[in-house]
Design a protein around this ligand. Sequence first.
Ligand code: GUN
Length: 287
Amino acid sequence: MTAQIIDGKKIAAETRELLAKEVALFHNETGITPHLAAILVGEDPASAVYVRNKERACAKAGMKSTLHKLPSETTEAELLEMIEQFNDDSSVHGILVQLPLPGHIEEQRVLDAVTPLKDVDCFHPENVGLLAQGRPRFQPCTPRGVQVLLEKSGIDVSGKHAVVLGRSEIVGKPMAMLLVQKGPVANATVTICHSRTANLKEVTRQADILVAAIGKPNFVTAEMVKPGAVVMDVGINSVDGKLVGDVDFDQVAPIASSITPVPGGVGPMTIAMLLDNTLTAARIAAK
Ligand code: GUN
């Protein structure tokens, strides 16, 4: 068997085109242009690229974005002050604080300071709580991107065993919540496993759908995958200047039924979902 390669770049482009139409309609109805304010603290080169890509995508979708670059020595208090300013600014609909933040700033305190109504990353405890209860205000961007890729690829999730490898707040946990909830592209039986899971290989081998989000390059090898499984690779790791996923693609592609490549798989979907959330935030503000 050779796997169907899920083309995230193409699906993300289609999603963004649809979104651009929705943005135009919304603008016609309300006169409002959705506005994302992105904050980048420090000089991390990968973060700078991500933020630039987010800005470009906003422009293409007919949205406004503003990038607020702060030096790495910015204090937590200064960052919190900027967030407070955006919380109170009715012309800003979505606020994104690019992670990681410099070590002297406590990430959780900063993310908690973003008003839940503008929390387009879906990181605020109120939004995580709503998601856990199956009534999300915003969709967590990367997990929702995985869900849309499954949907657009015609992969049935209901009743299947989905194994999520990784328990991060950004991907693993919210991914499991989306897949287990009632509704379309969901109703799965979900297992979360991680670096401390005993007999990890036996667990991942039970997956009909395996989502790899453990942050270790080429971690998932052929012996960890059931033949015919759907493999969604969330990893973005830099190895010798080359981007590689958490899945050893060359080993796993011949035995999977469908697989996402890195780059060009899940990654492009994250930005598309961020735009979707920014439109949602603008709709909330317009009510
Ligand atoms: N850094 C890496 N991924 C993300 C993300 O999804 N959101 C934010 N804000 N920062 C990130």
